[in-house]
Structure formats: C-alpha cells, structure tokens
Design a protein around this ligand. Structure first.
Ligand SMILES: [Zn+2]
Length: 109
C-alpha cells in the first residue's frame, strides 16, 4: 500500500498548498516568472544551487497567471508574447481612443 505523495504547489492566491498531483509548471518566487519544468534557464540556475530555495510549482498556467506570475521568455515565447501584448493593451486603456470621431461631429453641426 502506498500513501499518496504530496506536492507543494502555489495557488492562484499566491499561497502554497499541498496537492496529490505534481505541478505542470515551475516558477521563480522572487522574479515571478513561470515556465516549463525543463526550462533550460531554470535548470541552469538549479545546477548552480541558487534557484532551489525560490522554486515554486503550479498546477497549470491559469493558476500561475492568477498568482501574478508572467511567462518565461526562454521556454514559453508564445505565451510571453501574448502576455506582453495583453499588458500593453491594459496599459493603453487609460488613454483616449484614437478613433473618437463621434466627438468631432457632435460639436459642430
Ligand atoms: Zn523558461
């Protein structure tokens, strides 16, 4: 009889919890970057012994993003690009949209 292994994963609220399923994504607690478990960049850090204490794991991508992490540019270039453009869009919402032609015609009739 085997007792289920428990894994420490990071939840969407950024708090660690115990799970019986291993995480599918790794992350760095300090830099708030998540990536593949076999990310070449992460493995290099682990080999040096620096990374391990800051290593966190996520059940999936949604959880990682909810916890405030961003995709790793090295092993997840597509997700990183999507994240970058999404952030640029979010930043631009405070600006007045360029195509506000409705205001121009309403002032002069
Ligand atoms: Zn990576």
């Amino acid at each position: 009889m085997t007792s289920p292994r428990s894994y420490t994963l990071l939840g969407a609220d950024g708090k660690a919890y115990q799970s019986t399923e291993p995480g599918t994504l790794g992350g760095h607690r300090r830099s708030k970057i998540y990536g593949r478990l076999d990310c070449p960049g992460a493995l290099r850090w682990i080999a040096r012994g620096h990374y391990v204490t800051q290593r966190v794991f996520f059940r999936d991508e949604v959880t990682a993003i909810a916890a405030g992490f961003r995709p790793c540019a090295v092993c997840m270039p597509e997700q990183y690009r999507a994240w970058k453009s999404a952030r640029a869009k979010a930043n631009s919402t405070s600006h007045v949209p360029m195509d506000s032609e409705g205001d121009v015609s309403s002032g002069q009739r």
